[in-house]
Design a protein around this ligand. Structure first.
Ligand code: ASP
Length: 371
């Protein structure tokens, strides 16, 4: 596969090199380029199980989050800013299992997890078991920028939040009746979290900005009925979130135990990085470099998709399910999920702007926001 791609990239290069298209491709490659993808959870989703009104609500919520991030990128803002702008409205929206509307623990509480990573320097911040911070993604970022640590838990994380001026948000803000009923149904019928919820509702965003920097963030309430201080993949850097300018920015949703075991986020990013490093060894010097890069960029999309699908297949083999979103340094925004649906959206500087819920709905074009 790798060799085939290299041959394809080289062949495209040879075809382009002596022509006028060479210069045009080079100019295009110089154009500002940004890209963003978001998710609001994956799961057993089918068009028959959702009313048109409910579907419209989800699509509007996804579009709002996507547009908030895309606007920042289109105006030259950073990937780190864009992902936070996209995640915050989803944390505040009770449709998603993050912030307000988070699932309940076995003891009937909402315990929140989040993580964030900056692909420039691989600085990262994460929090778990937080109960009083309205937007855990902001607290995770504060851990990244304003503490000597990466990962804070429970009371300690909340003390840090207080010291850094975060407001204490009352428990009622997070609690919704629908999520409470899910917990009660689970207990009454001895069901699993998945049987009762049919889907994961974690939220996440990944982005590439015009400076070429990547960023990733993920926020969740975890899984309904979680016990004993259970922590899923969402706040675990390398499992639910990863960003490295050399490879990709990735956010996951799904059955966290399996994503931790596979180390999904870092596994995919590492495979993408090694592939790029191998190709860089063959890069020409001088004037041919730009077109070589264009050819590589065109061919690498399919490669990256197949790596993401392979790793998600590993999750499936072990018995887990869920999905991921990722953005690459070349600006490709990709998804991979082994469930029937995933709440998702993506937008790029090339004019792509779409949200989708069920499998096979991605068109590559659609609504264009006002920038
Ligand atoms: N991955 C999350 C967890 O295991 C759940 C989700 O994606 O909704 O906590």
């Amino acid at each position: 596969m790798k060799n085939a791609l290299f041959v394809a990239a080289s062949a495209a290069l040879v075809a382009l090199a002596p022509t006028h298209a060479f210069a045009e491709a080079h100019e295009d490659a110089q154009a500002p380029k940004w890209s963003i993808a978001i998710h609001g959870g994956a799961g057993t989703l089918s068009p028959d199980s959702m009313t048109p009104e409910r579907r419209a609500e989800y699509e509007a919520a996804l579009q709002e989050a996507l547009d908030a991030g895309a606007k920042i990128l289109a105006e030259g803002g950073s990937a780190m800013e864009a992902i936070q702008a996209a995640i915050i409205p989803m944390e505040d929206n009770p449709l998603f299992n993050a912030g307000r509307g988070a699932v309940f623990t076995w003891e009937g509480e909402n315990e929140l997890d989040a993580s964030i990573m900056d692909g420039r320097d691989r600085s990262a911040g994460a929090v778990t078991g937080v109960t009083t911070v309205r937007n855990p993604i902001l607290l995770a970022d504060r851990v990244r920028t304003d503490s000597p640590h990466v990962f804070l838990m429970g009371e300690g994380a909340e003390q840090f939040a207080l010291e850094r001026g975060f407001e204490v948000t009352p428990a009622e803000w997070f609690a919704t009746e629908a999520r409470r009923q899910s917990l009660e149904r689970m207990k009454a019928n001895a069901m699993s979290a998945l049987d009762v919820d049919h889907k994961f509702g974690t939220v996440g965003a990944v982005a590439l900005d015009m400076e070429g920097n990547l960023a990733a963030g993920t926020s969740t309430g975890g899984m309904t009925g979680k016990r004993w201080g259970r922590i899923g993949d969402a706040p675990v850097v390398g499992a639910g979130t990863y960003a490295d300018n050399r490879s990709c920015a990735l956010s996951a949703t799904g059955w966290g135990e399996y994503f931790i075991r596979v180390g999904v986020a870092q596994e995919i990013c590492t495979r993408l990085r090694i592939h790029r490093e191998m190709h860089a060894e063959h890069a020409p010097t001088g004037a041919a470099l730009a077109s070589w890069r264009d050819a590589f960029s065109n061919s690498v999309r399919a490669h990256d998709q197949s790596i993401a699908d392979e790793v998600m297949a590993e999750v499936k083999e072990l018995g887990g399910d869920g999905g991921i979103i990722l953005v690459t340094p070349e600006g490709h925004a990709l998804y991979s999920f082994n469930t029937t649906g995933m709440y998702r959206g993506r937008a790029t500087s090339d004019g792509m702007n779409e949200v989708a819920i069920f499998g096979g709905e991605d068109t590559g074009s659609g609504h264009t926001p006002d920038h």
